[in-house]
Design a protein around this ligand. Structure first.
Ligand code: 0O2
Length: 190
C-alpha cells in the first residue's frame, strides 16, 4: 500500500514536470529540461540505507527518515537551468518543500554534483489527500553521465574502489564542472 502511494506521488510530479518541459519547448522554443527519469527505490536498497543510517527497520522510520523511496531526476542541458528549474518547482501549487541541498555550489567529496529537493506531493485519493515524500535531483546532462557511471562503479557495490580510481572520479567530476561552467558562459553569449 505504501509503494502505491510513492508510485502515485511520482506519477503526479512527473506529469507536472513534463508539462513544464513541454511548455518551454512549445511556448519559448527552449529545451529547459532535456529529460526526466523516475525510480522507486528497491526494497534491498531501502534496507541497506536504513542499516547504514542505523534506523530500526520500522515503517514509521521509513516514512519519516528515508526521503528518497520515490525519486525523480530532472536533467537539464545547462547549469543555469538547474537553478531556474528549482525556482519553478518551488512555485508549483500544492507542492511542499521539506529540505534543499545544493551540491552544485558545494559538490560532495566524491565529486557528485546536483541540486536536491525533498518535496511532499499531494496525492488525491477518493476520500482524502495524502502528502507523500519524493526526492528531486536536478542536474546537467554531463553530471547525469558522471553520476550514472560512478554509481555503477562504486555507489551500489559493497566493494571499495581503490584510492586511485576515486581520485580519478573526483578529477573527472571537476572537469565536468568546468565543462558545465564553460557551456553556461557560451550559452549566455549565444
Ligand atoms: P540510490 O541508489 O541512488 O537511491 P537525507 O537523509 O535526505 O538527508 P541522504 O539521502 O542520505 O540524505 O543523502 P544524499 O547525499 O542527499 O543522497 C541521496 C541520493 O543522492 C543518493 O541516494 C544518490 O542517488 C545520490 N547521491 C548522493 N551522493 C552520491 C554520490 O557520491 N554519487 C552518486 N552517483 N550519487 C550520489 P542513495 O540512496 O544513496 O542511492
Amino acid at each position: 500500500k505504501m509503494m502505491f502511494l510513492y508510485k502515485s506521488a511520482l506519477r503526479e510530479i512527473e506529469t507536472q514536470m513534463n508539462i513544464v518541459k513541454d511548455e518551454f519547448k512549445v511556448m519559448y522554443n527552449y529545451d529547459l529540461i532535456d529529460h526526466i527519469e523516475t525510480r522507486i527505490k528497491e526494497p534491498k536498497s531501502i534496507i541497506k540505507k536504513m542499516e547504514k543510517k542505523k534506523y530500526e527497520k520500522t515503517y514509521m522510520n521509513l516514512i519519516e527518515n528515508i526521503n528518497d523511496v520515490a525519486g525523480i531526476r530532472i536533467v537539464c542541458n545547462l547549469k543555469d537551468d538547474i537553478f531556474f528549474v528549482k525556482d519553478l518547482v518551488k512555485q508549483i501549487p500544492g507542492i511542499q518543500i521539506i529540505k534543499e541541498k545544493d551540491y552544485i555550489t558545494n559538490p560532495k567529496k566524491s565529486g557528485y554534483s546536483s541540486y536536491h529537493i525533498i518535496l511532499e506531493v499531494p496525492v488525491k485519493l477518493t476520500s482524502k489527500t495524502v502528502f507523500v515524500k519524493c526526492e528531486m535531483q536536478i542536474m546537467t546532462l554531463a553530471m547525469n553521465f558522471w553520476a550514472n557511471f560512478e554509481h555503477k562503479l562504486k555507489y551500489k557495490t559493497d566493494k571499495n574502489i581503490n584510492k586511485k580510481a576515486s581520485k580519478e572520479l573526483v578529477s573527472c567530476a571537476k572537469m565536468i564542472t568546468r565543462f558545465d561552467d564553460k557551456m553556461a558562459r557560451n550559452g549566455n553569449i549565444g
